[in-house]
Design a protein around this ligand. Structure first.
Ligand code: NAD
Ligand code: LMR
Length: 342
């Protein structure tokens, strides 16, 4: 029998072992800001995913060429280009996942918050369109300052009556990717084995790698080493901004990280019961901080559980206290903007 149901990959595999023919589930993904420094390599990586049937590339300019180029890759995802506001509703129609890397990047000497004036409005308008045309989609926000753009997105979704905290994510995977790389290098471990949770937010001291919770269990020789690694992870974005010397910020490592987060989200939608990621979400985990990057379990409905913060080292507890005022300010700035200007 041919099942018309949208079955999970695992269920489908089990059914096919029993001799039944079933349709495998695949998903529709839209990338908003697809012609940019992150958007292009991210779209390439998403085009490689066997979980993706349709890839909608949206930008205000230059997206036709990117789509034509990618469409020649012989992987199954069907690529379509959408240019400008008039085509945004069609870009969002029936999509399961919307990834947003639209907005300007930093130049040397700038903070992420210096991007607020331009990027806040971009994220507000794009998320407003998502609220109207893809209200059930998962939304991954990459545009900086993430600490404020995610609260803006939440307010816009609330105004449209479609906010679901389990489906809105600030993408902080690059902090985890960097932490894994730097810790593995410092410890001379195999990179593939190392997993470092990173919590808090996505700017300077709000980025808090939990070096007491590295897997496999890792002992650092001194607090000085912990401090050096923590600072390097917190400043890694600036390291790239300075090396690019005016030509933008991280794009390739970001595309890699965003593709990992997208794949994790789709695997979870597909029924994989063992998907965990760190991400900046709305939660009640920390009093006074309605948004906080945490380790979460992803499932068929988005965030299934937020893992509790337990057993932090004294160093991490101090760092957590220190980041609270800045993160709170950034959250409030985003909420105020959305309340006044949405
Ligand atoms: P970029 O300038 O190369 O690309 C941005 C793209 O967004 C451009 O193609 C532009 O046309 C498009 N765009 C602008 N306004 C738009 C709109 N209203 N609708 C659709 N598209 C629009 O920049 P980039 O290097 O790709 O960086 C994009 C954003 O990602 C920046 O804000 C940057 O700070 C942020 N970023 C976040 C992380 C993270 O870890 N979350 C990492 C790196 C960069
Ligand atoms: C990053 O961490 O690389 C991004 O947030 C971009 C930036 O401005 O540093």
């Amino acid at each position: 029998t041919i099942s018309q149901q949208r079955l999970g990959r695992r269920t489908a595999a089990a059914a096919s072992r029993k001799g039944q023919v079933v349709a495998l589930v695949t998903y529709k993904v839209a990338v908003l800001g697809a012609a940019g420094g992150i958007g292009q390599p991210l779209s390439l990586l998403v085009k490689m995913s066997p979980l993706v049937s349709d890839l909608h590339l949206y930008d205000i300019a230059n997206v036709k060429g990117v789509a034509a180029d990618l469409s020649h890759c012989n992987t199954p995802a069907k690529v379509e280009a959408f240019t400008g506001k008039d085509e945004l509703p069609a870009a969002l129609k029936d999509v399961d996942l919307v990834i947003i890397p639209a907005g300007i990047p930093r130049k040397p000497g700038m903070s992420r918050d210096d991007l607020f004036n331009i990027n806040a409005g971009i994220v507000r308008d794009l998320v407003d369109a998502v609220a109207q045309h893809a209200p059930k989609a998962l939304i991954h926000i990459i545009s900086n300052p993430v600490n404020s753009t995610v609260p803006i997105a939440a307010e816009v979704l609330k105004k449209r009556g479609v906010f679901d905290p389990a489906r809105l994510f600030g993408v902080t995977t690059l902090d985890v990717v960097r932490a894994n790389t730097f810790v593995a290098q410092q410890q001379k471990q195999r990179l593939i084995d190392v997993d470092v949770p990173v919590i808090g937010g996505h700017a300077g001291i709000t980025i808090l790698p939990l070096l007491s919770k590295v897997k496999p269990k890792t002992f650092f020789e001194s607090e000085e080493i912990i401090d050096k690694l923590t600072t390097r992870i917190q400043n890694a974005g600036t390291e790239v901004v300075e090396a690019k010397a005016g030509a933008g910020s991280a794009t390739l490592s970001m595309a890699y990280a965003a593709a990992r987060f997208a794949e994790s989200s789709l695997r979870a939608l597909d029924g994989d019961p063992d998907v965990y990621e760190c991400t900046y979400i709305a939660s009640n985990l920390i009093p006074d901080l309605p948004f906080f990057a945490s380790r979460v379990k992803l499932g068929r409905m988005g965030v299934e559980a937020v893992l509790p913060l337990e057993g932090l080292s004294e160093y991490e507890q101090r760092a957590l206290e220190a980041l609270k005022p800045e993160l709170k300010n950034s959250i409030e700035k985003g909420i105020e903007f959305a309340k006044e200007k949405a």
